[in-house]
Write a protein that binds this ligand. Structure first.
Ligand SMILES: [Zn+2]
Ligand SMILES: [Zn+2]
Length: 107
């Protein structure tokens, strides 16, 4: 996955490696729409990290859509144990948010 992956947003295959931020977390950028995507280091970049807000401190959760690995905003691991329903770890009110702004949306 990652390089050459299908961009869900613009349906093109123009995803390229951008940089690591923080070290070990690989960021990719879609050449079609400019979206920045964060690949999961735990499952060898098979999943993208999705950004959610929960009722906790800190409120951010980055959740892999492939392996469920989870981090908070300071990159502390919050991955739920196997068999634990994620709501017990993340709370009930999980709200998806956009991780980065899309530069071209501001035109
Ligand atoms: Zn795109
Ligand atoms: Zn993963």
């Amino acid at each position: 996955m990652a390089v050459g992956a299908l961009c869900e947003r613009c349906r093109t295959r123009s995803v390229v490696f951008a940089r690591e931020d923080p070290p070990g977390m690989r960021l990719y950028r879609c050449g079609g729409c400019g979206e920045i995507k964060r690949a999961c280091p735990r499952c060898q970049q098979r999943g993208w990290l999705r950004h959610y807000l929960v009722d906790a401190t800190p409120p951010s959760r980055y959740v892999c859509d492939h392996c469920m690995a989870t981090w908070d905003s300071s990159w502390r691991s919050m991955t739920p144990e196997q068999g634990v329903w994620p709501a017990e770890v993340w709370g009930e009110r999980l709200r998806a948010v956009v991780d980065y702004e899309f530069p071209r949306d501001r035109d």
